[in-house]
Each structure stands twice: as structure tokens, then as C-alpha cells.
Design a protein around this ligand. Structure first.
Ligand code: NAP
Length: 324
């Protein structure tokens, strides 16, 4: 798998990140290590985690994903070869959540301990905290960068205007701004007004902003839990409608023509889109991981990209990409 620079962070990451929200919990340690080993054997180096993974599962309290990553890296002595993205902002036992200076400092120390490392490559706000002044949050992140505990910062599930405002505050103070934005993304487009709770879907406006400001975009929940291809998983109701029907039909026909799976096609399309969106893949089974990773080697033709881009409602076109 090729490596690439992650926007202006300059950090070299593999073409696909590996999601770890169920690592060390629903996916036991043995299987987690197997998946990590397969991922790095195929050129992967970019793990996406968060402080509270997976506190929502009965019997777990959060921190399990980071702890398992830390144990695996320390066993393999490969911390220096890996890029770790972690996040804070949601509450979990022992942490009220939010982006106050106190929480940023405290949660970073906890993550470092669990990950058995002295630095986090990309540290992200996992959700917004509108009760805390932006300057307090950005200064706290800056202190971590200055202390060498964090290399770059990112924003996940923030409104675009809040990212822009935070970066303006950072710039005015000579601090680092958010260089990465991680939001929900897939090939199907949610219908207007679709609600994803605290999660935010990558919009055309965000693509415009990220492309203009060289902010790296990362997409999660790319395969809709496997619902594109699995009869045991339903497509989320937010994606219902004629636009999705047309895009699904096109997806299936291009996948057939390219002799790849629909999942691989989505991953390849996302990587090749402009601006590129780096997909986070996730799997509990080895065969799914390998299928998804193979998509990193897939190169779609301009014609295939154009057909995939324009399928469905033409009025949701990428107007900003047209030359003025
Ligand atoms: N920043 C955020 O707020 C945020 C939010 C959500 C997720 N994330 C990150 O993104 C990662 C992925 O999220 P997600 O789990 O929602 O992603 P997803 O791609 O929508 O779903 C992954 C699941 O889909 C199934 N799957 C994967 N590949 C498949 C294939 N080739 N064929 C059939 N089924 C397949 C597997 O289900 P089974 O394992 O059940 O078989 C797998 O666990 C997380 O681990 C986390 O790191 C971040």
C-alpha cells in the first residue's frame, strides 16, 4: 500500500487508515493483534482510535482500544513505524468530556499511558464543546504540540464554521490549527436534513474548505457496516430515496465492469475523489480486512470516476469544482 503525506501535517500515512473502535472489546486481543499484523504486513501504518473506545459496550469502560494498540506496539517494538490518531471530547467513566484545557491535558496523559508512548501523531477534538472558549481549547492543544506530546491536531464532527473559526484564532496567536478533519462519509448521499446524532457527514462545503486550506479529509463509516453487500445489514434510513437508488445501481454496474467488489469500488472512489478523502476501513474478520485493503491498489479510469460522481441527482453537483 502506498504512503502519502497527510495534508500539511507532513506525516506519512498509508492510503487507508484502520479503525479500532471495537479493538480489545468486541474484537478480542488475539484477533485484534492478527488484524493489526495483517494490516502492517500489507503496508498499513495508520491507526484511528479514541480515548473512550468502546465505553458504550456493556462490561467495558473505555480505553480498551488504546490499551490494546499500546500492548501490540510494545510487543512488536514498532511505535516509530506507526501513525496513531486519537481523540477526546466524549464523556466516559472518569471523564466528563468536553474540550477544556484541563480535560485536554488530562485525557492526553491518559491516552499516552494507555498507548505506551510519549507522543500521539494526530490528536483530535472528537466533538465540539461550545461551552468552552475556542482560544482555551486551541491554546491547550498548542501546549501539547510544544511539549512534543502531539504532532498535529484535527477536528472530528465539528461544524465547518467552527473549524474555520478555531483555525483563525490559532493563526492570530501563532498556534497550530486543525490540519485534519475527520467526518462521516460514504458513496451514498444522505437525504436532506438526515440526522446522524453527534456525527457530521462530509459536505460539499467542507470539501471546498478543505481543498482550499489544504486540510486533510478523513472519512469514517465508509462501508455502512457492510450494508452495501450484506443481507444481514440494512442500509441506514438516512440514505433512503431516489438518489441512493440511482447511485446503488451505478455502483453495482461499475463494480461488475471493473471486476471488483462494491466495497472496494467505494474505497477506491473516495481515495481518487477531489479533494481526496482518506478512508478509515474496519473489519473484525480477516477476509474483510484483506478485501478492503486490496482497494488501495485499484485505479479507476476518468470515465468510471465521472460516472460515479454524477450518478443520482445532478443538482447535488460539485459546482465548486468547476473552473470559474
Ligand atoms: N470520528 C468519529 O466520530 C468516528 C465515528 C465512527 C467511526 N470512526 C472510526 O472509523 C472506524 C470505522 O467505522 P465503522 O465501523 O462505522 O466503519 P464501516 O466501514 O461502516 O463498518 C465496518 C464494519 O463493516 C463490516 N465490513 C467491513 N468490511 C466489510 C466487507 N468487505 N464486507 C462485508 N462487511 C464488511 C464489518 O462488520 P463486522 O465486523 O460486524 O463483520 C466491519 O466491522 C471506527 O473503528 C473508528 O476508528 C470514527
Amino acid at each position: 500500500m502506498n504512503k502519502q503525506k497527510l495534508g500539511k501535517t507532513g506525516i506519512e500515512v498509508s492510503a487507508l487508515a484502520l479503525g479500532t473502535d471495537l479493538i480489545g472489546t468486541r474484537i478480542n486481543q488475539e484477533q485484534s493483534f492478527l488484524l493489526f499484523n495483517r494490516y502492517v504486513a500489507n503496508g498499513g501504518n495508520f491507526l484511528d482510535t479514541a480515548n473512550f473506545y468502546a465505553s458504550w459496550l456493556p462490561g467495558f469502560k473505555g480505553g480498551e482500544s488504546e490499551t490494546t494498540i499500546g500492548e501490540w506496539m510494545s510487543g512488536r517494538r514498532n511505535r516509530h513505524e506507526m501513525v496513531i490518531s486519537s481523540k477526546l471530547g466524549f464523556d466516559y467513566p472518569g471523564c466528563p468530556g468536553g474540550l477544556t484545557a484541563r480535560e485536554i491535558e488530562r485525557e492526553c496523559e491518559k491516552s499516552l499511558r494507555r498507548l505506551r508512548t510519549d507522543y500521539i501523531d494526530i490528536y483530535q477534538a472528537h466533538r465540539d464543546d461550545r461551552a468552552t472558549p475556542i482560544s482555551e481549547t486551541m491554546e491547550a492543544f498548542q501546549k501539547l504540540i510544544q511539549a512534543g506530546k502531539v504532532r498535529a491536531i484535527g477536528a472530528s464532527n465539528l461544524a465547518i464554521w467552527r473549524v474555520a473559526k478555531a483555525n483563525a484564532v490559532a493563526q492570530a496567536n501563532g498556534w497550530s490549527g486543525y490540519a485534519v478533519v475527520e467526518q462521516r462519509y460514504t458513496y451514498l448521499r444522505p437525504r436532506h436534513g438526515a440526522d446522524f446524532g453527534p456525527q457530521i457527514f462530509i459536505s460539499e462545503e467542507l470539501k471546498d474548505f478543505a481543498g482550499t486550506d489544504s486540510i486533510a479529509l478523513i472519512g469514517y463509516s465508509v462501508l455502512l457496516q457492510g450494508a452495501y453487500t450484506r443481507s444481514d445489514r440494512a442500509l441506514p434510513e438516512q440514505f433512503g430515496g431516489a438518489d441512493s437508488d440511482a447511485r446503488l445501481e451505478l455502483l453495482r454496474s461499475v463494480a461488475k465492469e471493473a471486476n471488483v467488489s462494491v466495497n472496494q469500488l467505494i474505497i477506491a472512489w473516495m481515495r481518487q475523489s477531489k479533494p481526496a478523502i482518506l478512508p478509515i476501513i474496519a473489519a473484525s474478520r480477516e477476509e474483510h480486512l484483506l478485501e478492503n485493503m486490496e482497494a488501495a491498489n485499484l485505479r479507476l479510469t476518468d470515465d468510471q470516476m465521472a460516472r460515479l460522481d454524477t450518478a443520482g441527482n445532478p443538482h447535488i453537483a460539485r459546482a465548486w469544482l468547476q473552473p470559474s
